[in-house]
Design a protein around this ligand. Sequence first.
Ligand SMILES: [Zn+2]
Length: 218
Amino acid sequence: MSIKQIFITIIAIVALMGGCAYALEGSNRSSVEAPEAVVAMTFDPQVTVLPDPVAKGDYMAACYNMVGQKPGDLAYALELGWKVVCSKSGDPMLSGEGDVRTLGYADSEVKVITLDALSVTYNTIAHEAAHVVDYEALAEVSRIKMAKKYDAVSWDDASMYWNYPSEMFAENRARCLGFAFDDTFGEMSCDDIELLIEQGSDKDSIKSMQRTLTDVEP
Ligand SMILES: [Zn+2]
C-alpha cells in the first residue's frame, strides 16, 4: 500500500468504528431516550439505567440524567410521590406557571416539579426539591418567626421576590448542600436552614435522604 492508501484505509476504519459505536449507543439508549416530538419526560423513580448525558447533545437526556442523581432533597420529594418532569425549553413554562425564563417550578397543588431541560443544573433541581421540603415538612410557626428575622412581610412575601423567605430557604438549602448559589437571592444562614428543618415534621427522613454536591459528583 502507498502512504495515501494507508491513510485512506485508516480513515475508513475510524469512520466505521465511529458508526458502529453510534449505532450501539443508539440501541442501548432507545428505551429511555425521548423521541424528537416529546416535549416533556416524567422521571421514573424505578429507572436503573440513566441515559448518557452528553450523547448527541440531547439535553432532554442530560436533564433526565441529572434528575437521576437526585441532587439535594430530590430523593425525599420522590419518596413523597412528587413527580419530576424535564420539559423542552421554549414551551411556555408548562401549566401556565412562570414564563420561558423560568428554570424550574415546584407545584404543590399537583406535586410536580417541572424543569427547563435546556438550562437545568443541579442547583435548579436542588432549589426546587428544597421547596418540597418547605411545603411538606416545615412548621408554620417556624416560618413566621424566620420571616420576621429576615424582615419579610411573610414567608411568601417581601419587597423583592428574591427575598421571599420561601425562596431564600430554597436557594440557601441548595447552597448549604454545596450546590452553586445564585446571589440574586437573599442569603439565609445554614444554621437557620438547619433550624427550620429540625423544627419541622420530617427531619430524620430529610437528613437521611439529602444528597450534597459531593454525593452527586464524587
Ligand atoms: Zn424557588
